[in-house]
Design a protein around this ligand. Structure first.
Ligand code: GDP
Ligand code: MG
Length: 458
C-alpha cells in the first residue's frame, strides 16, 4: 500500500460540506459498508480515514475504460465532521490534504457550512472537486447502479434531464456568487486553471461514483506529481487519542510522508509537555475498513506513507490530537525535537488574550480548539476567552472557569466543543453556578451562549 512504480505516494483526500449532504454516505458507498447508519443521529462524531488501494479503484472505474493509467498506489480518504473539518487536519503550515471533495446536495444548493468549507479551501489553496450529490432525488430518477453519470443521464426522461440542468445551473450561479467558477467535469476544459469540476453523484445508487474516483486519482497524479513524490522526511499528524481494550492508550495518525518502523523513537506534543516514547506496535485495519470501526488489526514492522495508522506506545495518555508526530533520527538532538513538537501548542496558546476576562473554552483536539478560538474572535461573534483546555471537561476546568464568578458572572461559562462533561464536573458546575454549554457544531455554541446573554440582559 505504500509506493507505486512511479514512486508516488497516495493522495490524501478530505470530504467536506454541509451537514446531511451525504459525506459519510458517499464514503460508505465507495467502501461498500454502512458506517453512516451506525452513527448517532447520522452525524459524524469523529474523524476516520479509509485507504482505497488502486486495484479497488480500478475495479470501480472499469466501465470508464481509463484504468491503465493509475499512477498512484491508492487513495486515502478522510471524513471530517461539521465545522472543525479542515482546521483540525492542519499540519504545521502545510495542508494535510492534497485534494478535497466538497459535497453539495443538489436539492439544497450551497448552505452555511458549504461556504465555510469553501473559505477554508480558498485560504489553504487546496484544490477540490464538487460532488453534486443526491441526483437520485430528482423526481422520476431511473436508477442505474454504479453507472457513469453520462450513461445514467442518457437513461433519464426529458423532465429529469430538465430538472437536473435547472438545478445545476442554479448551483453554478451560487458558486459564482462566492467567486468560484465551476463546470460539469466532462465539459471542463479549464480544470486546474481556475474552473472547478462538478461530478453529479448518488451515494445511494452510486451513479457518478466511478467518475468521481477516476477524476480524483487521475487529476492528483497528473497535477501533483511533485507534491506526491514519495520522500523520506516523516510528516505525520495525530488525529485522535484513544483508549483501546488490551492496548491501552493509542494514537491514530495520518502518515503523509516518510516511513515509520516498529521501535522508532517518537516525540509528540502532550498536555504536560513533550512525550518521548518508542513505537511498540504499528497497526492498521484491514483494507476497506475504517480506523474507527472496531475489529482486529494488522501488525506491521514498517509502514510507508500515505496511511492512516494506529500507534501503540507507552505514555500517550496526554497526547494532543491535531499536532505533529516527530521521529528522532540517529543524528537528531532529542531536545530540538521536543522543542519542535511543542510549537503547535504554543502558537495556539499564545493567541488567547491574557486580559483576564472571558469564557473558558474546551475542545476535543488542538485543531478544533484553534477553529473555535478563530470563530469566537470574528467580529460578528466576538466572545472573549480567558482560558482553554483540550479533552473532556473535568472538575479542574470548572474550577478555572469559576474564577469569573467574582469578575464578570456571565463569563463563568464553559463552551465545550465535541467533548464530554464528567458527572463530577457537571455537579460542581451546578453547585457553584458555572454554565456549561456543549455542542458538536461550533456555531451552535455561539447560539446557546448568545441566548444566555440575551436572557440575562432582559
Ligand atoms: P453527512 O452529514 O454529510 O455525513 O451526511 P450523511 O452521509 O449522514 O447523509 C445524510 C442523509 O442523507 C442520510 O439519511 C443519507 O441516507 C441521505 N443521503 C446521503 N446521500 C444520499 C444520496 O445520494 N441520495 C439520497 N436519496 N439520500 C442520500
Ligand atoms: Mg457524516
Amino acid at each position: 500500500s505504500g509506493q507505486s512504480e512511479y514512486n508516488l505516494r497516495s493522495p490524501i483526500c478530505c470530504i467536506m460540506g454541509h451537514v446531511d449532504t451525504g459525506k459519510t454516505k458517499l464514503l460508505d458507498c465507495i467502501r461498500g459498508t454502512n458506517v453512516q447508519e451506525g452513527e448517532a443521529g447520522g452525524i459524524t462524531q469523529q474523524i476516520g480515514a479509509t485507504y482505497f488501494p488502486a486495484e479497488n479503484i480500478r475495479e470501480r472505474t472499469k466501465e470508464l475504460k481509463a484504468d491503465a493509467n493509475l499512477k498512484v498506489p491508492g487513495l486515502l480518504v478522510i471524513d471530517t465532521p461539521g465545522h472543525e473539518s479542515f482546521t483540525n487536519l492542519r499540519s504545521r503550515g502545510s495542508g494535510l490534504c492534497d485534494i478535497a471533495i466538497l459535497v453539495v446536495d443538489i436539492m439544497h444548493g450551497l448552505e452555511r457550512q458549504t461556504i465555510e468549507s469553501l473559505n477554508l479551501l480558498k485560504m489553504r489553496n487546496t484544490n477540490f472537486i464538487i460532488a453534486l450529490n443526491k441526483v437520485d432525488r430528482l423526481y422520476g430518477w431511473k436508477v442505474c447502479h454504479n453507472a457513469s453519470i453520462v450513461k445514467a443521464m442518457k437513461q433519464q426522461s426529458k423532465d429529469v434531464q430538465f430538472e437536473f440542468r435547472t438545478r445545476l445551473t442554479q448551483v453554478i450561479t451560487e458558486f459564482k456568487e462566492q467567486g468560484i467558477n465551476t463546470e460539469l467535469y466532462y465539459k471542463n476544459k479549464d480544470m486546474g486553471k481556475g474552473t472547478f469540476s462538478i461530478v453529479p453523484t448518488s451515494a445511494i445508487s452510486a451513479e457518478g461514483i466511478p467518475d468521481l474516483l477516476l477524476l480524483l486519482v487521475q487529476w492528483t497524479a497528473k497535477t501533483m506529481s511533485e507534491r506526491l513524490t514519495y520522500n523520506n522526511i516523516v510528516q505525520c499528524t495525530v488525529l485522535e487519542v484513544k483508549v483501546v481494550e488490551g492496548l491501552g492508550t493509542t494514537i491514530d495518525v495520518i502518515l503523509v510522508n516518510g516511513v515509520l518502523h516498529e521501535g522508532d523513537q517518537i516525540v509528540v506534543c502532550g498536555m504536560q509537555g513533550p512525550i518521548v516514547t518508542s513505537i511498540r506496535a504499528l497497526l492498521t485495519p484491514f483494507p476497506m475498513k475504517e480506523l474507527r470501526v472496531k475489529g482486529s488489526y494488522e501488525h506491521h514492522k514498517e509502514i510507508k506513507a500515505s496511511q492512516g495508522i494506529k500507534i501503540n506506545a507507552q505514555g500517550l495518555e496526554h497526547a494532543i490530537a491535531g499536532t505533529s508526530l516527530y521521529i528522532v533520527g540517529p543524528d537528531d538532538d532529542v531536545e530540538d525535537i521536543k522543542e519542535a513538537a511543542m510549537e503547535d501548542m504554543r502558537s495556539v496558546m499564545s493567541r488567547v488574550d491574557k486580559c483576564g476576562e472571558g469564557v473558558y473554552v474546551q475542545a476535543s483536539t488542538l485543531g478544533s480548539l484553534e477553529a473555535l478560538l478563530e470563530f469566537l474572535k470574528t467580529p460578528e461573534v466576538s466572545i472573549p476567552v480567558c482560558g482553554i483546555g483540550i479533552g473532556n471537561v473535568h472538575k479542574k476546568d470548572v474550577m478555572k472557569a469559576s474564577v469569573m464568578l467574582e469578575k464578570k458572572k456571565e463569563y463563568a461559562t464553559i463552551l465545550a466543543f465535541d467533548v464530554r462533561v464528567t458527572q463530577e464536573a457537571q455537579e460542581l458546575a451546578d453547585e457553584v453556578g458555572v454554565k456549561i454549554y456543549t455542542a458538536d457544531i461550533i456555531y451552535h455554541l455561539f447560539d446557546q451562549f448568545k441566548a444566555y446573554i440575551d436572557n440575562l440582559k432582559e
